[in-house]
Design a protein around this ligand. Structure first.
Ligand code: ATP
Ligand code: MG
Length: 481
């Protein structure tokens, strides 16, 4: 396998490539974006996505980062994304799921100290182990092939030699981890000479800056903000994703150059925690043991219920009246399990809610559907937002965060209007900049970074990363050309 210690080098995409493709393998969701360089040079907002990924009646720009392997870990016949989740649910229903290997949150493993080529990962269904790198390689190969397929569908004359690839890496990863990832990308079939790595926060910042330049200030004169147009302004980028909140501070000079000076990441502060809060809410309503039994004995129903909430939570908006109702169908097995387990205590779920739950006045159950006051769901979001607020306030006390007057919101969780309003309300003194489709900031920003910015080799030349006060500091400087 090819190894080298250079991660970021000056790019020359415009001269030697016709199509630029970026892969964003996220911890919870993944996808790709691409642009035809000639088209992009005419309109810098022209970045294409894959066809939407479909899950039941929902469509999304990214699919979940899930991999399902055949019994005994056979790679042949592997399923990916939503297809993997649906296929697994079907296998469970047929009672033949036990030997299959299901992998989720693979990328999280790479944040661990000392992760290397020999690291193993245990699947969440059968408890079998597989080499971690094999799983990431399979995911990279899948998304690379999907991207190729999509690009060829649009430009049939394109060959692999016309494609330039950009891979985004978390800024918190150690250099060795980023190199390992880069090597896996090469093994998946991406030629070394046509591959560049960018860090996720820098890609996001490029996206937000481009958004400001093109969408907010197309004539290039009016600035979205005086706060980031003066020399040496500092902005904080808030990447709120599935599990984590990644905060990074960037020094922006006018809107010409930016340099990341600080980054930090904290787990259990993302959109998945709203799902966890929802499960706690259901436990309070119906009984913790009922939810536990559903998960243990009827995992397909349990997963379908979680998936339904995962999509439906996106409907909740700040303007909706708190007393308006959110109706949610409960799996049939909940009713059955309830009757079985509580037959001596309660006659119906409704009776238990009335007698036992703190939500008794805000929830109604009609025998199959829960009707929940929106204010309850807003409370669930607020629990997570409160944690994010405390985290941000602590980070703002740190030296590199002095003089920050602007936040930029990106990441999937930032798509939520409740989250957007929640951050604005909690930090009224801050200017909060929210670009279009914050969920796509990494993917689209990687294209923009590669196309519009010269990414200079960082100083010191020997590495892109420096350790300082236990925080990783990226020293690359990006300049708008
Ligand atoms: N409208 C929405 N409301 C609430 N949450 C949303 C919305 N849209 C997407 N999400 C959440 O965004 C999360 C995914 O975010 P994102 O794509 O930024 O994560 P990721 O890239 O996988 O994570 P990481 O960057 O940490 O590896 C999912 O958990 C999803 O529930
Ligand atoms: Mg991401």
């Amino acid at each position: 396998m090819f190894r080298s210690d250079t991660i970021i080098q000056p790019l020359s995409v415009k001269e030697d490539s016709s199509v630029l493709v970026t892969l964003d393998i996220g911890d919870t969701y993944s996808g790709f974006a691409y642009t035809y360089t000639k088209e992009y040079l005419e309109d810098e907002w022209t970045i294409h996505m894959n066809d939407p990924w479909v899950r039941e009646k929902h469509m999304t720009h990214k699919t979940c980062t899930t991999l399902l392997l055949e019994p005994h870990g056979e790679m042949k016949g592997a399923k990916y994304g939503y297809e993997a989740e649906t296929d697994f649910a079907g296998k469970f229903l047929d009672g033949c799921h036990a030997e299959y290997l299901l992998f989720r949150n693979v990328k999280q493993e790479f944040y661990k100290d000392g992760v290397n080529f020999d690291a193993m990962i245990t699947d969440v269904n059968s408890g079998q182990e597989k080499p971690l790198c094999d799983i990431l390689l399979a995911l990279l190969t899948f998304f690379r092939e999907k991207a190729l397929e999509r690009v060829r569908k649009r430009f049939d004359a394109i060959t692999e030699n016309d494609i330039f690839w950009v891979l985004s890496v978390p800024s918190a990863w150690k250099q060795e981890t980023s190199l390992l990832y880069r090597d896996l990308a090469i093994e998946s079939g991406i030629p070394f000479r046509r591959l560049r790595l960018v860090t996720e926060p820098e890609a996001c910042l490029a996206y937000v800056m481009q958004f400001i330049r093109i969408k907010v200030s197309p004539d290039g004169r009016a600035k979205i903000s005086n706060k980031i147009s003066h020399f040496d302004a500092r902005v904080m980028l808030l990447d709120l994703s599935g599990d984590a909140a990644t905060l990074s501070v960037h020094r922006v000079s006018g809107d010409k150059t930016f340099k990341m000076v600080f980054q930090t990441r904290s787990h259990k502060k993302g959109s998945s925690q709203v799902n966890d809060q929802f499960l706690l809410f259901l436990s309070n309503l119906i009984g913790e043991d009922i939810i536990r039994t559903l998960k243990k004995d009827y995992i397909d129903d349990y997963m379908a219920m979680c998936d339904e909430f995962e999509m439906r939570k996106r409907e909740i908006k700040p303007g909706t009246s708190g007393t308006e109702l959110f109706s949610f169908k409960l799996p049939y097995q909940i009713e059955e399990t309830f009757k079985e387990q509580y037959k001596t205590e309660y006659v119906t779920i409704t009776q238990r809610i009335k007698e036992k739950s703190v939500y008794r006045d805000r929830v109604r159950y009609d025998g199959s559907r829960l009707h929940v006051e929106i204010s309850v769901l807003k409370d669930l979001f607020n629990i997570v937002l409160d944690k994010i607020e405390v985290y941000i306030r602590n980070v703002l006390q740190m030296a590199p965060c002095a003089r920050i007057a602007s936040f930029m919101l990106v990441g999937g969780f930032s798509e939520s209007k409740l989250v957007q309003a929640g951050i604005k309300k909690r930090f009224p003194e801050m200017e909060v900049i929210i670009p279009e489709t914050p969920e796509l900031a990494v993917m689209k920003g990687s294209v923009m970074l590669a196309m519009n910015h010269e990414i200079r080799p960082p100083t010191p030349v020997s590495g892109s990363y420096q350790k300082e006060k236990e925080q990783t500091i990226i020293s690359s400087v990006c300049t708008v050309l």
